[in-house]
Design a binder for this molecule. Sequence first.
Ligand SMILES: O=C(O)CC[C@@H](O)C(=O)O
Length: 328
Amino acid sequence: MTASFRVLVTGDSLAPAAVNVLSEIGADVVLMHDAVTPERLAHEMARAPTQAILMRGNPVFSAATIAGNPHLRVIAKHGAGVDSVDIDAATASRVLVMVAGDANAPAVAEHTIALILALGRDVVSLNTRTRTGAWDRATYRGREIRGRTIGLVGFGRIARHVARTAAALGMSVVALGRSKGRVDPALAREAADLGELLAVSDIVSLHAPLTDATRGMIDAGRLNAMKPGSLLINTARGALVDEDALCAALRSGHLAGAGLDTLAEEPPAQDRPILQAPNLIVTPHIAAQTGASITRTGVEAARNIVAVLTRRDIDRANVVNPVALDPP
Ligand SMILES: O=C(O)CC[C@@H](O)C(=O)O
């Protein structure tokens, strides 16, 4: 059978269940095995008409890349963050940009909590010390999270999962949504503004999208406004944080620790100062990478593609640029 649709996957794997969803409409699924640069994208899309992108990772979809492929109808994110896509250009070309619901939210929320617990009980450093001969039992004092306040910056699907889990662990939850009134009072108390959230939180966890407005939002001034001895967690996007300022806040001891799953540069050059900061736990943007999450997310992204290509049952809650659904 000649495939009627070509789906380019910007990664080197896709869950078999997700491939099956695409196979049901006879789609030709093409995995990009190499580094996904704009040049490679342009090259791959020039090889044959490509109707859909299943976007794993965060390759840049610029206006030129989108306009260069007139067959493109949908960019379906394998996850939540679409900061690497020029949304205006996609809308102008009537290309739908879609996210994968809350498919990866439980996994990202669990990793957020893992970073908080690991920092609070110094799991990583104690592991190293104990394996190399230390036995710190007499002197070590960890920090409990029960009774602490967690401040969630952003209140989308992932933050809501974190809120529920944090509450179950006995934490108080404050949050700040994209605009006033977006915080569900059953899950969190809405902070008046970022300043108030930073001032009352023992742990600040970032769940905001990366936009022009949020880039670098946690700068030296904001870090300074956090409580002495507090923790910063970032499982969203590295560029939300000024890494040099974070380094300084960790070195001075103003912050007791930071847990980062995302960095401004990924993968980071080995000489980036943040990698040498004390009391830092850093992981390689894997918060969403559990087996179950990868399957759920792949299937949801594949379903989004099928819905657009077959013009059936598009889940509007997953559409980032609904105006692209309107007739031109
Ligand atoms: O799985 C991915 O491709 C990225 C996951 C994450 O960065 C997201 O945007 O949700």
